[in-house]
Design a binder for this molecule. Structure first.
Ligand code: 13P
Length: 266
């Protein structure tokens, strides 16, 4: 059985002191659970101190970005090679990086390949903008992002990765536009179908698909109940020591529900 993955993307928030305080609070509220994997993605600056503070039975770490070259004259960058002993995951191709830092499909492909080469699991983010959605281009945009990003991987490598569907129009919209779980399921299904076509059934069944976009404690279970949703990628809510544990608790309830169902069916 796949473990449900809950990844808190802290984005460019919290200095070392604040990050440490949040970890302490989360540690008090979050329990170890066999079927749920909880990942924290702090800023690069705080990864190292946080790595010394976390209870590794409860939390794993992700970087929010890295550069695809292993070393060399690339001022200001940090490589996957440098991160390999520190993190299990790296978020790659987040829409904020595609938009504000003009990351191209090819650069994202190279980063995904560098992550795998260094033994780090990529969390590849894909998703369409509001305009693309309005123009009916969601499938094409997501297809291009997935196909290009994975093009240098083997089917076996694809089995181990994570793809996060994060529609750009649904990010940071608390109180605004809500992404309906049923609509999200359609795109998650589409992504899994693309993986089947390109890499076969085994890769499609193993790859973990997660959803991100204004997820909160009280909306988490609606997405987690979807057949193709293997986890969540909250941003703002992951900075809140009530909301994030609530999201993790929703995942606990969900996995327990699935287990009961299996039992009653069997
Ligand atoms: P919000 O949960 O703040 O909408 O952010 C989602 C996100 O971008 C996570 O990567």
């Amino acid at each position: 059985m796949k473990r449900t993955l809950i990844v808190g993307n802290w984005k460019m928030n919290l200095n070392t002191h604040e990050a440490s305080l949040l970890v302490k609070r989360l540690n008090d509220k979050i329990q170890v659970h066999r079927d749920v994997e909880v990942v924290l993605a702090p800023s690069l600056l705080t990864l190292q101190p946080i790595s010394l503070e976390i209870d590794r039975r409860k939390f794993r770490l992700a970087a929010q970005n890295a550069y695809y070259k292993d070393e060399g004259a690339y001022t200001g960058e940090v490589s996957f090679t440098m991160l390999r002993d520190l993190v299990n995951y790296v978020i790659i191709g987040h829409s904020e990086r595609r938009i504000y830092f003009e990351e191209s499909l090819e650069l994202i492909r190279d980063k995904v390949q560098a992550a795998v080469r260094n033994g780090i699991t990529p969390i590849l983010c894909v998703g369409e903008t509001q305009n693309q959605r309005a123009a009916g281009e969601t499938s094409r945009v997501v297809h291009d992002q997935v196909v290009t990003a994975l093009s240098n991987l083997t089917a076996e490598e694809v089995e181990g990765i994570v793809i996060a569907y994060e529609p750009v129009w649904a990010i940071s919209t608390f109180g605004g536009q809500v992404a309906k779980p049923d609509d999200m399921e359609k795109v998650l299904k589409l992504i899994r179908h693309q993986i089947t076509e390109l890499y076969g059934d085994k890769a499609a069944a193993s790859v973990r698909l997660i959803y991100g976009g204004s997820v909160k404690g009280d909306t988490a279970s609606g997405y987690l109940a979807l057949e193709d949703c293997d986890g969540l990628l909250p941003g703002s809510a992951s900075l809140n020591y009530h909301q994030f544990p609530d999201i993790v608790a929703a995942a606990y309830r969900q996995t327990r529900g699935a287990g009961d169902e299996e039992k009653s069916n069997g």
